[in-house]
Design a protein around this ligand. Structure first.
Ligand code: PLP
Length: 390
């Protein structure tokens, strides 16, 4: 199959031919937002430049303030915690579950203080966290929930699409993601007030925008006495060409996601026959959308070592694979920024989240974006051969 088809090209060309003139400047943004609303059965959708600024907008729209605490997992791409810093709030790191690699509700409970305002959950590698338990914690403690679904598209939790649980849900269309236009993002919510705040925050604080509409009328802006900016906002809007390309991808989303699942099933066949690699557990009732295929190296085998395994895999003809990102709190940025903005030194000790520490050192992330399944089969054979050498 092809990752991009004539459809995406046709839409992109149409967006250019519209010349970005003001009367046509949100045709594709509107179509994309509408299609997202229909797919996820949500009331409001706000297109964004990427899936990091979506989360900054969500925090601001929920009135999470400077110095408030937001609970996040550390085992993820750091945008999740970075968005919290961009909002001048404090990321508090909850540990993850050792089998699903996702944020652990029991650890969330331990992180709650009087300053906790929100939790950002991540569906790591395409797999949902345990939303029944997380929603219960949110309800009991009056905490907002933001879903970071950058790595999950059409994944499911107990029969519901991931994206239907939070006060806001965030999506990314960055180049490696299930559906993409290079860079882009979407924020969804069912709350009109939150959606109004989000649209305004992500559109320069314009008075004329609303939950459903990102466009300002020409009549308004032609008036010399028009007050355009009524609150502080950023310019996080998505371009028409990007909206056009990702609309085409959204119309093909099912086949794009299914292809990654097929690749995962090919790797499954290799992992079924070994205990050297332990894959991310997909509990009953969950549907993993496999942005990547992840597993941990079983270091009970004394010969195994992350670098040695990767070198052998590559020598055998493997594409190479990624490690999990460094845990967010181990990145120098987090300690320094917290101190600068809030005057508080957050003590992010080395072993703050022991399960995350353990997993991160042993994790491998295999690509699932093979558009020709025979390429994935070759990689699976290489993986099999490498395992046999231990
Ligand atoms: C879990 C997670 N959150 C957020 C992001 C950020 O998305 P974007 O690159 O669109 O800003 C990514 C990856 O890019 C991600 O993997």
């Amino acid at each position: 199959m092809q990752r991009f088809t004539e459809l995406e090209k046709k839409y992109a060309l149409e967006a250019i031919e519209n010349e970005f003139n003001t009367s046509k400047n949100s045709i594709f943004n509107n179509r994309l937002e509408q299609k997202f609303r229909d797919l996820f059965n949500v009331k409001y959708t706000i297109g964004h430049v990427n899936g990091t600024q979506t989360m900054h907008t969500a925090l601001a729209a929920l009135h999470v303030e400077s110095g408030d605490e937001v609970i996040v997992p550390p085992l993820t791409m750091s945008s999740t915690a970075l968005a919290v810093l961009q909002n001048h709030s404090i990321p508090v790191f909850a540990d993850v579950d050792s089998s699903t690699f996702n944020i652990d509700p029991a650890s969330i409970i331990k992180c709650i203080t009087g300053k906790t305002k929100a939790i950002i959950t991540v569906s790591l590698y395409g797999l949902s966290p345990d939303y029944d338990k997380i929603l219960e914690v949110c309800k009991q403690n009056k905490i907002y929930l933001i879903e970071d679904n950058a790595e999950c598209f059409l994944g499911e939790y107990k029969g519901k699409l991931v994206g239907q649980f939070g006060d806001f849900a965030s999506f990314s269309f960055q180049a490696s993601k299930h559906i993409t236009c290079g860079e882009g993002g979407m924020l969804t919510t069912n709350n009109e007030n939150f959606a109004n705040n989000a649209r305004r925050f992500s559109s320069l604080g314009y008075a004329g925008v609303s939950a459903k509409q990102g466009k300002i009328t020409r009549n308004d802006i032609q008036n010399p006495n028009y007050n355009r900016h009524i609150s502080l906002g950023f310019n996080y809007r998505m371009s028409e060409v990007n909206a056009a390309v990702v609309l085409g991808q959204l119309e093909r989303a099912e086949e794009l996601v299914e292809q990654r699942i097929k690749v995962a099933r090919i790797f499954d066949q290799v992992l079924d026959g070994t205990n050297l690699l332990i894959r991310q557990n997909e509990p009953m009732g969950y549907k993993n959308s496999y942005w990547a295929y992840s597993a941990i190296l079983n270091t009970e085998n004394p010969k195994i070592d992350w670098y040695r395994f990767r070198d052998l895999f590559q020598k055998n003809g493997g594409d190479g694979y990624y490690a999990a990102w460094k845990l967010s709190y181990n990145e120098p940025l987090f300690k320094n920024e917290i101190q600068k903005w809030n005057g508080v030194w957050q003590k992010y000790n080395e072993n703050l989240c022991p399960v995350s520490e353990y997993l991160q050192k042993r994790m491998i992330q295999l690509k699932t974006n093979y558009w020709d399944l025979s390429e994935a089969e070759i990689q699976a054979e290489v993986l099999y051969k490498t395992i046999k050498e231990f």
